[in-house]
Design a protein around this ligand. Structure first.
Ligand code: KIV
Ligand code: ZN
Length: 508
């Protein structure tokens, strides 16, 4: 019998700490529901003490998402533990995840606490968490730069107070696989059997997946992952890569997990769309080229027998040809049904807006595919936060002999604003006009255009990252025309910046 390794997903906590990601509550819920469909064992919904918005999002997930254990992160302080519990108390099964740094560099320079202080804080916080729930995880932050003896001392203190999972984070992505394996083995051997050892690896040296695998081979039975590998700096261990290593090499590793891997492709697409983080084309498992064969010899081989050059079946991960589903004659019911078939559930307001967008796009494009519908839903999930600006019209003019100009008309509640600008190109002019109309000064940081599906009638899907008042925000826009898609993305990012300015004071 293979050993079960628990999949602890931290896309909505560590993943959301990636620069520029600020998910709206409805987007977080949508991702959480998809993670539940994927079958993750534990879903870390967020860090409730970090902001009021984060607290609400975690509470909503805890109340609505069934299946996985819902975890909330908290620092080792009474206030954080209480706040985290308040957010997840209504979950079917809730977990409190207490963390504190144990490395000398973090304790001296950041916490300004002695080892004894950290042990005391550990004991107190775990005890308090155990007063609320039997499921308590303890993380020794920066474990791989911690004196191993002290990490074990902190673990002992946590276990004495009732922690049931002990996490070994490679917080700064510093460890090499054999070193990490040794540390995990030491923890496994020193701790009582009923306690689960967990690993949490960052990707600063590109070793997050290798280190996580080394950790589970050394005895960890929980692995902390994020969809598409997103997370602080270079990110976390990628869920899909770890999942497919175990699924493909189960015999060699002696491991198994309970994920429904057929949901992997959709989960990856959804997270990419809602976070605005594109997946690199050559990324293992979920990159656009992961199953593309360019050389003639490879193509010939795959046509004869897929297994000549493919070690995984793309259809098993959920890659099926995009179907043509709906056109301009389709009604609201058919639209809602098609979304439900894709696992997307929108609140009535968002559904109304999405349907209006669908009609608008279907009028301009003959038919829409599954991927188009997912993109429309993604665009609408992020919209409608706060008092958003809505684009009523955009007119652009330009060409080789004409200075590019744009005029935009926006509505916000009852108010309508219109403004114009010139620019270096039509997209630049549109951005200038939006900036003037919204009176928000933003700097474009990055710009990414892709087609949702192939062909000349594809929808342009544009993601922008803006710097607005010192924070990075992303926005996405969808339209058959790339200037309009770009303008919509820019406006979406401004709306997001306006909606989230009060949140995210702290991150782990
Ligand atoms: O990287 C890290 O150490 C963390 C902890 C909060 C688990 O994210
Ligand atoms: Zn982390």
């Amino acid at each position: 019998m293979p050993d079960h390794v628990r999949i602890f997903d931290t896309t909505l906590r560590d993943g959301e700490q990636a620069p520029g990601i600020a998910l709206a509550e409805a987007e977080k819920l949508e991702i959480a529901e998809q993670l539940a469909r994927l079958g993750v064992d534990v879903l870390e919904a967020g860090f409730p003490a970090s902001s009021a918005g984060e607290f609400e999002a975690v509470r909503r997930i805890a109340r609505n998402v069934k299946g996985p254990v819902i975890a909330a992160l908290c620092r080792a302080s009474d206030g954080d533990v209480d706040r985290a519990w308040e957010a997840i108390r209504d979950a079917q099964h809730g977990r409190l995840h207490v963390f504190i740094s144990t490395s000398d560099i973090h304790m001296d320079s950041m916490l300004r606490m002695s080892r004894e202080d950290v042990l005391e804080a550990t004991r107190r916080a775990v005890r308090r968490a155990r007063g609320y729930t039997e499921d308590v995880e303890y993380s020794a932050q920066d474990a791989t730069r911690t004196d191993p003896e002290f990490m074990l001392e902190a673990f002992h203190a946590a276990v004495e107070e009732g922690a049931t999972t002990l996490n070994v984070p490679d917080t700064v992505g510093y460890a090499l696989p054999h070193e990490f394996a040794e540390l995990v083995r030491a923890a496994r051997e020193a701790m009582p059997e009923h306690v689960t050892i967990s690993v949490h690896c960052h990707n600063d040296l590109g070793l997050a997946v290798a280190n996580s695998l080394a950790g589970v081979l050394a005895g960890a039975r929980q692995v902390e992952v994020a969809v598409n590998g997103i997370g602080e700096r270079a990110g976390n261990c990628s869920l899909e890569e770890l999942a497919m290593i175990v699924a493909t090499r189960g015999q060699a590793t002696g491991l198994a997990h309970g994920l429904h891997v057929k949901e992997i492709a959709r989960t990856s697409r959804l997270v990419s769309k809602l976070t605005g983080y594109p997946v690199q084309p050559n990324k293992a498992v979920v990159g656009a080229n992961a199953f593309a064969h360019e050389s003639g010899i490879h193509q010939h081989g795959v046509l004869m027998n897929r297994a000549t050059y493919e070690i995984m079946d793309p259809t098993a991960i959920g890659y099926e040809g995009s179907k043509i589903v709906l056109g301009k004659h389709s009604g609201r019911h058919a639209f809602a049904d098609a979304l439900a078939g894709l696992g997307v559930r929108l609140e009535p307001d968002a559904l109304d807006r999405a349907f209006a967008r669908f009609k608008d796009l279907a009028d301009r494009k003959i038919s829409l595919t599954d991927a188009d519908l997912e993109a429309i839903a993604a665009e609408e999930l992020g919209a409608g936060v706060g008092e958003a600006f809505v684009m009523e019209s955009l007119a652009v003019a330009g060409g080789t002999h004409l200075s590019p100009t744009a005029t935009v008309r926006l509505r916000r509640g009852e108010e309508t604003v219109e403004d114009s600008a010139m620019g270096d190109g039509m997209i630049d002019a549109a951005y200038g006009a939006i900036g003037r109309a919204t009176a928000v000064a933003a700097t474009l940081v990055s710009y990414n255009v892709s087609a949702v599906t192939g062909g000349s009638d594809a929808l342009g899907d544009v993601v922008v990252q803006l710097e607005v008042g010192g924070r990075l925000v992303t926005g996405r826009g969808l339209a058959p025309d790339v200037v309009e898609a770009s303008a919509r993305a820019y406006l979406a990012a401004i709306n997001r910046a306006l909606a989230v300015t009060s949140t995210e004071e702290v991150s782990a």
